[in-house]
Design a protein around this ligand. Sequence first.
Ligand code: AMP
Length: 368
Amino acid sequence: MPTPDMVAAHASAVIAPGATIGILGGGQLGRMLALAAANMGYRCHIFAPEADPPAADVSARVTRADYTDREALARFAAEIDVATFEFENVDTAAVRYLSTLVPVRPGARSLEVAQDRLAEKQFVEALGGRPAPFRTVASQEELVEAVTALGLPAILKTRRMGYDGKGQVRLNTPADVDTALAAIGHQPAVLEGFVTFAHEFSILLARGVDGRVCLWPVPENRHVAGVLATSTVPAPPMVRAQAEAAGTLAASVAEALGHVGVLALEFFACEDGPRFNEMAPRVHNSGHWTIEGARASQFENHIRAVCGLPLGAPDLTAPAIRMQNLLGEEVHDWARLLADPAAHLHLYGKATVQPGRKMGHVTWLDLA
Ligand code: AMP
């Protein structure tokens, strides 16, 4: 069993190609991380509870176990040189335990803040960011008070386990106030005032072990039914005008968290400036375009950061780039997309198609 000193000494060292990177989570983000790691000569070991995780197809080893299984985590730690995650709803106590055995990048602090919408908003607000107006809601009484304070329409979101528009309900009329808490399973929540925005965008950054930060050009993101549909670079002028302030905020969030790796912050571009929506302490769907569209992709720079290497350049490889998700049945378009010489097709190898499920994505570079 290594001592804390041994883990700390290891934490400052470069993890050279040939080493094994452990990834908590086995979805498409883990798959693309493992592919980037393989390109740089690393091996990946996936830790996930699912029977057939998409990342397993492209990784050297897989441990199938629950994230809270300490024995499995200890065996995993013994076989890897560093750990990271591609899924943020991993139990933070398990991540803290893992980090006594092997360096974990980013650390548990990034997870703790990003797992809880309330903590995340307060953290960003304390650093000068502006979330949508919000109130904490744990009871019907608090919901009524929150609606009185913020007005309608508003959105009730669970504090935890929400993603892709899940765990949230929109309140349009006073009648919705009676049913909203039941609709989210009476979980602790926040009520957000409805933001009128012109565009949505995200800041994607990578932060190295040495504290250096790389920011990619900002994509404009369009969502359909709460799920990302497209990311486009360059973003419209209004977004670009807000990117510097949002990027400075994101860099200070990363620094305050001591974050190592990719961090994504989502924003609404409003008439009066950017408003923070939410963050992800990991590679992000709105950064998939960087695989072909940037000199170093978010996946490559995440691996570089996690291994203590210098970060690659985030510059664009084409004047215009568009990424489109393939959701559910859209995956069956693969043959038509392959026939398009400008399309870069990525399929995640998921065996079952479900409506809205992220099955793959396509990126077009405009080389004109
Ligand atoms: P989220 O899962 O919180 O990112 O929400 C999914 C999508 O719902 C966002 O990308 C927005 O398009 C929309 N949305 C979320 N919160 C708000 C809000 N406070 N005001 C207006 N639209 C919102």
